[in-house]
Design a protein around this ligand. Structure first.
Ligand code: CMP
Length: 138
């Protein structure tokens, strides 16, 4: 049993047909999917989830983007999950992301960057609990 991180496949990657390829990269890298759902964030969901960014100039754009279509939300388990998943997805801006990373392969730009990955164990727990009840985690 490893520890956990939380991810979302964002609306841009869903629209562009990348759900399957992204899940393949995630499982091939050794992450076990312990919870997963296809869902759409409401405006209030997105404002709550991204509350830490609410003073940023891009906050409105971020909420608009994250609510414009469905997402895949998942909790992933692996040793060193948070750090290893951030390495797998690459830098926030795909222009700065390493070759072979999920954002390098599938993201459009810094705003529409294909996937989310928690930045700490503490946030992974908060974000997973935001999306999933205990009965939905296996
Ligand atoms: P993520 O790091 O998952 O969470 C915060 C999100 O804000 C980030 O992904 C991007 O989707 C978005 N974001 C970060 N920086 C910018 C920016 N400069 N302009 C627009 N959106 C951004």
């Amino acid at each position: 049993i490893g520890n956990r991180t939380f991810t979302m496949i964002k609306p841009d990657a869903v629209e562009n047909g990348h759900i399957g390829a992204i899940l393949e990269k995630i499982t091939a890298a050794g992450f076990k999917i312990v919870a997963m759902k296809y869902t759409q964030l409401s405006k209030r969901d997105a404002e709550t989830f991204y509350a830490v960014h609410n003073e940023r100039p891009f906050f409105g754009e971020l909420v608009e983007f994250m609510t414009r279509g469905p997402i895949v939300a998942a909790i992933l388990e692996k040793d060193n999950a948070v750090e290893d998943f951030r390495a797998l997805i690459g830098a926030t801006n795909p222009a700065d992301a390493a070759e072979g990373t999920i954002r390098k392969l599938f993201a459009s730009n810094v705003a529409e960057n294909a996937v989310h990955g928690s930045d700490s164990d503490e946030n992974a727990k908060i974000e997973g609990d935001f999306h999933f009840s205990g009965r939905e985690v296996f």
